[in-house]
Design a binder for this molecule. Structure first.
Ligand code: NAD
Length: 253
């Protein structure tokens, strides 16, 4: 299986933390140049430096919900590395848990602006670059086990992650014969700062979530990164509009 990405260029949104950071590390270890994209400029720069690959890594500040920033971010990646082969659209947020009748509309809009609009904007501008290049390219969008199942109190999040699968499938079909493959990963519960915050704020509910994982434990970020890299590799050549569910069996129930 060919997982060597020497000479390739990858970007990871939300790359300064958790699943994004783990995936950026994996791309770097596989030989790719890596752009770490994050809302938090300093964290993006520090994370890029920590990859230990010198000027093959760059940290770029960008709010993925803002189109002008996304466009400028892609331009910066291409200015720096000359092309864009792989993108992992991973930036996402949670909002406070609330049943639908009690949920804040502002929270709903804020979550959609990042998880839904942000993922779509990144795909749009990545595709504008990728369609101009020679050679295969791949995009992986980050959905969730909640993109396939309901979850009480997480209506906005569940909606956004179902929508990520929909936009992945639609775009994948558009570019199926244009040498650009688009797929999604649906992580289960992974040990990241996002989940640590949820553990702190909702310990009982989160413990129930962990107890409900057939495997009986949280995932490790490397266990998502390997799926993302495989989806970008030539070995995944038949994967178009697909989803991979590293979720410890959660969606098998
Ligand atoms: N951790 C899990 O268990 C889990 C499970 C399923 C899906 N996911 C999804 O995986 C992705 C990453 O989750 P994580 O747990 O690593 O989260 P995290 O909170 O550790 O990291 C998310 C990163 O995204 C960045 N970010 C937030 N808003 C942004 C914006 N508008 N523009 C650019 N960057 C922004 C943050 O600064 C942060 O660095 C999310 O899409 C999340 O929904 C996570």
């Amino acid at each position: 299986m060919d997982m060597a990405f020497d000479g390739k260029v990858a970007l990871v949104t939300g790359g300064a933390s958790g699943i994004g950071l783990g995936t950026a590390r994996a791309f770097a270890q596989a030989g790719a140049a890596v752009a770490i994209i994050d809302l938090d400029a300093e964290a993006a720069r520090d994370a890029a430096a920590d990859l230990g690959i010198g000027d093959r890594a760059i940290g770029i500040a960008c709010d993925v919900s803002k189109e002008a920033e996304v466009e400028a971010m892609i331009a910066k990646v291409v200015d720096t590395f000359g092309r864009l082969d792989f993108a992992f659209n991973n930036a996402g947020i949670h909002v406070p848990v609330a049943d639908t009748a009690d949920a804040s509309t502002d929270d709903f809009d804020r979550l959609m602006s990042v998880n839904l609009r942000g993922t779509w904007l990144c795909m749009k501008h990545e595709l504008r670059q990728m369609r101009e290049q020679d050679g295969p390219a791949a995009i992986v969008n980050c959905s969730s086990q909640n993109g396939l199942t309901g979850n009480p109190g997480l209506g906005a999040y569940v909606t956004s992650k179902h929508a990520v699968i929909g936009m992945t499938r639609a775009a994948a079909l558009e570019y199926a014969r244009k040498n650009i493959r688009i797929n999604a990963v649906c992580p289960g519960a992974f040990d990241t700062p996002m989940v640590a915050t949820a553990m702190r704020d909702h310990p009982k509910e989160m413990q129930a979530t962990v107890d409900g994982i057939p495997l009986g434990r949280l995932g490790r970020v490397e266990e998502i990164a390997s799926a993302v890299l495989w989806l970008c590799s030539p070995g995944a050549g038949m994967m178009i509009g697909g989803i991979i569910t590293p979720d410890g069996g959660y969606t098998a129930i």
